[in-house]
Design a protein around this ligand. Structure first.
Ligand code: SF4
Length: 421
């Protein structure tokens, strides 16, 4: 069944809402970037061979001596209810933790098959935590394609962690969303120079660095897809700071400035601390702007990064927006971004993939940002594409990464131009 409707936000921006066939990865994909960040965590997918293939191929070559994710494959006997999947799971986890004393957090990650047979992973995690704490905390979340698009896996994992964060009402800035270590280090330096602190990150690199949460916690979201985590933090007394995301010069400045305002940092100090980064990034963006200005961009709904990316590409690189699609429009998460989009641009929420592809074919944009599954067919029709998954695999936040982010969109156009010569 397909439903398409157009409605208006309070500021009268029309939103096209579509509910039909969608073309996105499932939430298991998040394991690929989460396991790189959380160096003493292990992600055990409780799923099928398809799930194992998905994360193995999404992760590419395994570069670790000891892997930090794996799949407990549900067999026909488990699926038919002939074997006690809980006993099997306990046995697999015990063997894994015995062999790998470096693991401090074990995530049991639900999949479509584990949900279909109603395997209660929350209960299993509780049971196993009781057995393995204090050495190992066992948590669970769903990465199932029935419930999640690909970035929602991170949101579910972080929300599960929020419940275990110790309570403390002391003042702190909590940056929420998985960012590359290099980005975290740059932000830490800037916050330090601004006199903002203590600063903690969720997720942290190690289980021992799990942040506290309480009434003094001020949250800056680094990724727009962690809405449920934001709500869980708010429920524990934290307050979200409304800001655009730290993409590009404008986004990074506004994001840092939200924290600076909260900490009462004088404007002159803010200007002085951020000046070098702003100037470097502005200069580094110049060649990309020459290439991208005037190019027409279509963003299909996939990563939930589409709205901030569209804002950056339009306002700092002069790209023209044809349509900005997002899988979900979470007002709490994108309010500060929506007002920065140009008037009249079509924002769509959800997907009816055939209808949307018709719009792409009709508009023939210069560049379409989409999931892997749609990129090849569109390329075959002569349309340039950019895989949205690269936006979560690549460090893109902050001043120093602004030009790399622009480069992701400039490269397919460059390639096309070279082929056309
Ligand atoms: S969780 Fe579901 S959608 Fe994802 S790989 Fe496994 S079976 Fe496929």
């Amino acid at each position: 069944m397909t439903v398409a409707a157009t409605s208006c936000l309070p500021e009268a921006r029309p939103i096209l809402r579509e509910r039909g066939q969608r073309e996105v990865f499932c939430g298991l994909t998040g394991i690929v970037w989460l396991h790189r960040k959380m160096q003493d965590a292990f992600f055990l997918v409780v799923g099928s061979r398809t799930c194992a293939h998905l994360i193995q191929s999404a992760a590419g070559v395994m570069i670790f001596a000891e892997p930090r994710f794996g799949t407990a494959i549900l067999t026909d006997r488990d699926l038919a209810g002939l074997a006690d999947a809980n006993d099997e799971l306990d046995r697999v986890c015990a063997t894994l933790l015995e062999r790998r004393p470096d693991i401090k957090t074990l995530f049991l990650v639900g999949s479509c098959p584990s949900e279909v047979i109603k395997l209660d992973l929350a209960k299993a995690a509780e049971r196993l935590s009781g057995r393995f704490l204090p050495q190992v905390r066992v948590l669970s979340y769903s990465g199932s394609g029935i419930e999640t698009t690909f970035t929602q896996g991170e949101d579910n994992a972080l929300r599960a962690m929020v419940e275990t964060c110790p309570r403390d009402d002391a003042r702190q800035l909590l940056v929420v969303g998985c960012v590359a270590d290099v980005v975290e280090d740059q932000f830490r330096r800037l916050f330090d120079q601004l006199g903002i602190g203590p600063v903690n990150f969720l997720p942290a690199r190690r289980a021992a660095e799990l942040p506290f949460v309480g009434n003094g916690t001020r949250v800056l979201m680094a990724q727009p897809f962690n809405g449920e985590t934001g709500r869980a933090l708010t429920a524990r007394g934290a307050r979200l700071l409304s800001a655009p995301y730290p993409l590009g010069v404008e986004g990074t400045t506004a994001w840092l400035s939200a924290a600076a305002r909260e900490w009462g940092v004088p404007q002159s100090t803010f200007e002085q601390v951020t000046r070098a980064g702003r100037e470097r990034a502005t200069a580094a963006l110049r060649p990309h702007r020459r290439q991208l200005a005037g190019q027409r961009l279509f963003l299909m709904p996939d990563s939930q990064l589409e709205i901030p990316i569209a804002r950056f590409l339009h306002r700092e690189l002069d790209m023209q927006l044809v349509e900005v699609g997002t899988p979900y429009l979470d007002r709490q998460m994108v309010d500060a971004e929506l007002g920065l989009l140009p008037e009249g641009v079509l924002v769509s929420e959800g997907q009816d993939v055939e209808r949307q592809l018709d719009r792409v074919r009709q508009e023939r944009p210069d560049l379409t940002v989409c999931g892997l599954g749609l990129a090849n067919p569109l390329e075959a029709e002569g349309l340039s594409t950019k895989w949205s998954i690269e936006l979560v695999f690549t460090p893109i936040q902050g001043y120093e990464q602004a030009a790399d982010l622009a480069g992701l969109f400039a490269r397919p156009l460059e390639r096309k131009a070279r082929l056309a010569v």
